[in-house]
Each structure stands twice: as C-alpha cells, then as structure tokens.
Design a protein. Sequence first.
Length: 133
Amino acid sequence: MNFSNTNTNEPEQVLMNNPEDIAKSSDAANGYDQKQELKAERYLGLADKCEKEADRLDATNKSITDCMNGTPILVGHHSENRHRRELYRMRSRTDKAMKPRDQANEYRKKAENRINPTFVISDDPEAIQKLKT
C-alpha cells in the first residue's frame, strides 16, 4: 500500500506556521501531560493498595508468630500437626506477600516514568522534540 500524498502538485507541510495550529498543538500537549499525571496518580494508588495487602498478610503472620512464642514442634504430641500446618500457612502467606510488594514496586516505577520528563512515550505529541534534545 502506498500512503503517500495522492496529489503530487502540493508540497507536504511539515511545520505549523498558523498560530491557531500552534495553540492547538500546545493544548494537546497540555492535555497529554494532564493525562500522564492522572495515570501516574492511578499507578501510585494501585501501589498503595498492593502495599496494604502485603502489610495485611505480614500482620497476620506476626500475630501468629506472637502466639507461638518460638515454641518448638512437639513431635508425637497431639498439637504437632496443627503446629506444622500453621508454619506452612505462615510460609505460604509470606510468599503471597512478596507478589503484591513486587507489583507495588512496578507500579511506582511506572508512575515515576510517567512524570519523568526524560522518559519518552510513543503517543506523546512532543516525542520527536524530546528525542532530538
């Protein structure tokens, strides 16, 4: 497919000479910047939500650890199975808490990249200018 200009008599305009076009372009850039700030805020909110979930799992583990007080597994005692089960659940909760923490870190990086002026996104109306500088 050929996407070139069908009318070869008219030159392709590259620069905007009309002040109205320049104003529209700057409005689009301002709208784009606002959109990026909203995305960054959303990512930070998601990061906080993930951190709260991880903290909740850690708090549950801490409360169980406080109840156990470092009691060893009493082999042969009727409480042995329950003790091992609680240790398994604690290990499982710790593993589950790692996923939201990693996800929160990723969301924080995304938010930082949206705000960072040196980070260039392909749908940015000023992407070419940013890449040239």
